[in-house]
Design a protein around this ligand. Structure first.
Ligand code: ZN
Length: 464
């Protein structure tokens, strides 16, 4: 019987092993996996010498549309994601305007997103002071999880995102536990980091190292511990976003060992940029929690090698160039967010799998399988029969240097420009459709679909 797509001779990365196999796709699903498939297909690709793996499920992306579309938009953002090997992403409830904290705002975002996405997408709902009444409707509308900030965020612009106070955090967790969802948290102590930043500015200490010093590791750990305590009290499932320190990782591991339902993510920049490099690169490498020093980074690599990092996300948080300008001589004034999603899979495959010999199956667990499981995207995240045919090809021997010209972002800047990476995503398929080809660039139409998590009631059925 004829297939739609056939990928032959690749080294296929399954959940527990890597094996040479052919993969055939019909109607967007993986239909056959076999040592050799002899039937024909409309499209046949030879993946000899390349890895075939599930596309990245990047659960931390800021697209900024509607409202701040001049920062990044669905079209440019998802072209970059597709070119970088991501096949599904979860969009954050900020930095679009209005922030996604009500059903009304979510509908505006869905309308803005329709027909512009090159890969599949799911949405986060926000937890902010004053929106407790809206959490249910966001769940009904299909958000995969909720996101809140313990660090200061947002602006005075009406409709912008706001960080939670402890009361909102506590009451929000109670409600989210009732809804059976996960709450994702940006964990940093707002008052201490704000206070230390004011001190630095007063003393005229305006360099990257001063910014990093204003957000010490303990401010991350304190917020993690506070959130874990409230989660224990309320029974809420937690996910900690962009953990930057091993002390943070260890607190989360401890809570998990004591029975709490908690996961964590970290981001490529914490593994690939050090404080020294931040000082050289400048504002483009500013994010929060901040880039740490070499010693802390090595410890974080140890945690990754020990399997303590559940998942990797880009935290792609773009902005216009003037907010990252060289002319900004006060680092505290620069936008805190890194533009990086187009190179994340390559970069981490190179650093973790190639240079540190991290098992490739574990790499795939971090970029695809675990995020799909945690956020209940059950058709995604694995090369297996009947799953969505969301796949990427990686050539482990194709080196390249990141150049601004090759970036699909609305604003072609990134801290990775001029970095040499020793492997490359060469093809990206979403539900069996080729969306990126290294030789041709983005191909085809924006076929990305809005996907919703497995409903709570269905999850129970599956378990029983
Ligand atoms: Zn973020």
């Amino acid at each position: 019987m004829k297939y739609d797509l056939l990928i032959k001779n690749g080294k296929v990365v399954f959940r527990n092993e890597v094996k040479k196999a052919d993969i055939a796709v019909r109607d967007g699903k993986i239909a056959t996996i076999s040592e050799q498939i002899n039937e024909t297909a409309d499209q046949i690709f030879d993946a000899s010498g390349q890895y075939v793996m599930p596309g990245m499920i990047d659960t931390h992306v800021h697209i900024c549309e509607p409202g701040r579309t001049e920062w990044e938009g669905f079209e440019t953002g998802t072209k970059a994601l597709a070119a970088g090997g991501t096949t599904t992403y979860v969009e954050m409830p900020l930095n679009a305007l209005p922030a996604t904290t009500t059903k009304e705002a979510l509908d505006l975002k869905l309308a803005a997103a329709a027909g512009k996405n090159y890969i599949d997408y799911a949405l986060y709902g926000g937890l902010v002071p004053g929106n407790l009444e809206h959490l249910q409707e966001l769940s009904d509308a299909g958000v995969v999880a909720y996101k809140c900030f313990m660090a200061t965020c947002g602006s005075e612009i009406p409709g912008d995102f706001k960080n939670v106070d402890d009361y909102t955090l506590y009451k929000g967790m109670k409600k989210i536990a009732e809804l059976g969802h996960v709450l994702s948290i940006h964990a940093e102590n707002a008052e201490i980091t704000d206070g230390l930043a004011r001190e630095m500015i007063k003393q005229g200490r305006l360099k990257p190292a001063d910014y990093v010093e204003s957000r010490p590791v303990f401010t991350e750990v304190e917020a993690i511990k506070r959130a874990l305590l409230l989660a224990k009290e309320t029974g809420c499932k937690l996910h900690f976003v962009h953990i930057s320190s091993t002390a943070g990782v260890e607190e989360i591991m401890k809570a998990r060992n004591e029975g709490q339902d908690v996961t964590l993510e970290s981001c490529p920049h914490y593994f690939t940029i050090t404080l020294d490099q931040f000082e050289e690169i400048g504002a483009l490498a500013k994010c929060s929690p901040p880039i740490r020093d070499k010693v802390e980074q090595e410890k974080l690599w140890k945690a990754l090698e020990q399997g303590k990092i559940d998942m990797l996300t880009s935290d792609h948080s773009p902005c216009p160039p003037e907010l990252k300008d060289d002319k900004i001589n006060n680092i505290f004034d620069a936008w805190g967010g890194i533009t990086g999603c187009q190179n994340n899979v390559d970069l981490m495959f190179d650093e973790a799998v190639k240079k540190r010999k991290f098992p490739i199956t574990e790499f795939v667990r971090m970029i695809a399988t675990k995020p799909a499981e945690r956020f209940n995207l059950r058709m995604k995240g694995e090369i297996a029969i009947a799953k969505d045919a969301d796949m990427i090809l990686i050539d482990p021997n194709h080196s390249y240097t990141v150049k601004a010209d090759n970036l699909y972002y609305r604003h072609k800047h990134s801290p990775y420009i001029n970095r040499k990476i020793n492997c490359r995503v060469t093809k990206t398929f979403v539900r069996g459709q080729l969306v990126f080809d290294l030789n041709k660039g983005i191909v085809g139409k924006p076929l990305g679909k809005f996907i919703q998590p497995l409903k709570i009631s269905d999850r129970e059925v599956v378990q029983s």
